[in-house]
Each structure stands twice: as C-alpha cells, then as structure tokens.
Design a binder for this molecule. Sequence first.
Ligand code: ZN
Length: 391
Amino acid sequence: MDCEVTLQIFSGNFLEETIPYETVEQKLVSVLPRLPVRKVIMGWRPDKALFEKTAAFLTKRNIDYYLWFPVFSETGSLRELGALADIHGRRIECRADEDFSFCCPNNSQNTKKILDIFEQEFASIGFNGVFLDRIRYPSFANGHGPEFQSVFSCFCPECMAVYEKENLDIEQLKSALSRPASVPLSATAYRGNGEYAFEDPALSAFFSVKAKIILENMSRICRYFREKGYSIGFDVFAPFLSPFVGQDLKALSGLCDFIKPMMYRITNAPAGLPFEMEALLRETGCSDDLKRHAFYRLLGYPTTQGPDQPFDLDFAAKDLQSMTASSTSPVYAGLEINRIEKYAQTTPAYVEETIEAYSQTGIRGFALSWNILDAPEENIEKAADVIGRLN
Ligand SMILES: [Zn+2]
C-alpha cells in the first residue's frame, strides 16, 4: 500500500508554557527523512513565533501544516462559554481536570466565541489547514453520577428546543436510564461503525439527535474555514465509542478532507480504547464479569481479554475497517507513538503489531499521535521500519 504519515506535535494547551522552536525543528529534521510525512499537525498554545517558524520550515519541504484546535473543550479557558446542562437542567460542573471540560455544542454564541479565538490567535499564521479536535460531547470517561451526567447532556434551553422539534420524549429517556440493565444501556446489537441497537428506542433517538447537533454545528464551523481556504481534518473517537459522544463518523467524514479515529490501544486516558471501555462499563453499572462479558459478546470482543491488557488488536482493526468502508474522506489511523509513564506505555512491539494490523483496513495512512516530541527513538525507528516495508 502507499501509506502516508501525518505527525502530531503537542505544543502545550491554552494555559501551559509553550515549547522552544529548536525542539520542534530538531525532531522534524530527525524524523522527516525516515517517514513519508505529508502533514504536520501542531497546537495549540498560542505562540506566533513558534508557529510561524515551523510554518516556514514545513513550506520549504512541501509539507502541509495544520493547526490542532480543540473546539468544544478547553476553549472555555479563553472565553466564557455556555455550559452543558444535565437532565434536570443543572449546569454540569467541570471536574478538577480542567483539560476535558466541555461547553454546549448547540449554543450559537459558543460557536461564535470559539471562532473568535481562532481569528484572534491563529488567523495571521500561514497554516494550510485546521485539525479540529473535541468535536463532540463528553464521553463516559469525562463524568460520573447515577444519570451518567457527561454522556446524558445537554439539556440547556437551546437543546431542549431541538429535542422538542425532533419529538424526543425526555420522560421516556429518563425511564430508559433508570431501568436495570444486563449490558450497558440495554444495547441489543452492535453492527460496526458506531451503529448500535437498543431495547428502548428513546436511547437511539437521543444519540441520533446529539449526532445531528454536532454535525450541523460542525458544518457551520467548516463553512467558516472553507471560506478562508483552509483544508480540514477531524479528530474523532473509535467507531464503537462514537455514538456516545455524538459523532456520526460517516456523516462527519463528508465535511472534512481527512478523518483520524483515535485507535489508541494502550492509552490510559480519555479517548484511549481501554480507558474508555472501562469508563463505559463502570458508568453504566456493568463492570462486573457477567455484564462485562455480555457486552463483550455483543461487541464481538474476546471475553478472554482482561481489562489490564492492551485493547484487543483484532477487534480494533475490525472496528476501524467498518469505518473506512463507509468513509467519504481518507482515514488516517491514530496510533499513539509517544510514551508517557502510566498513561501510554508504548513499546516497539506494540507499534509494530498495531501498524501491521491497521494497515490492512483500507486506511490512507497513519497519524503518529499525539506528540512526536514524546516518542522514544526506538518507537520512531520501528514505525519507520514497518511503514517502509509496507510501501
Ligand atoms: Zn445545550
């Protein structure tokens, strides 16, 4: 296959210190000759000098430069944004971990303020495109409580108006949530690419309205970037997790130039497959063996796999394939190549088996995520070997 590589560089969040340009240049000088890199994604701490120098470096080498921009999360640290509301209309408070607090994606004032951040901080820099992250609602990993607060949002007045228009029955949704379940949310089937069936149709209806809200607002946001001539990439959840965060992957793939599902099999943090799977089971009250195995069987996930092992390779590859089969834009599999103690204990063997399996799924290439600056040399070397062999 002709496998392309996208590199991701994390240059700090909105409140952190930024990094020196020399660190970025040294890493790129070392990595670029070894991998077929077509795009570099970097963000998002505003630092004009750092971004401009990197843009000049990449332009000379004919590599597209994308701003990594978190949309419905983190932007709240720069502007006062309308919060998400829970099913009783109460404001969902952020957790101590501020990095993953979300605003209501259906609030038009929020969208305006978020684009205003881009305009003020980034519009003058020579980016070829924007890579839009956090284009979703919170996941099970972002929240807790008997009503799964994070996933069961948003119930602010603007969202309630949409539900009414869509004839969504909130009382039926509440009663579906309060019923005891033998698998998460009494799901009855998983058909791939994020498509679940649920015993209670109120759940399907709710998830589908949420996906529609994200899609409509992303379509507005994309129009803004298109008019300014930017290419667009999307960061999304793995298919089997996508409906719970409001992402219809097939529909979203029609808005962007490329799409990157985060297929992180070893990451013990939000978006990481083992982390999100455990949060889903825990927050829906289904983490005991009986319910866990019932859900595994429904997904087609091996019941022999323990929660402490890396996420099952065959299932991840199959789920990824279900997405590429219906995606209207090229898919770049997000693979964590950085090593971070406790959060991403990656090894060359992990990098090798994951690239080999994912390369068989119809993807265009890999997004080596989420920070090449934290990738150990042995991981980069292994990725270069395997991708060289594939091409
Ligand atoms: Zn809302």
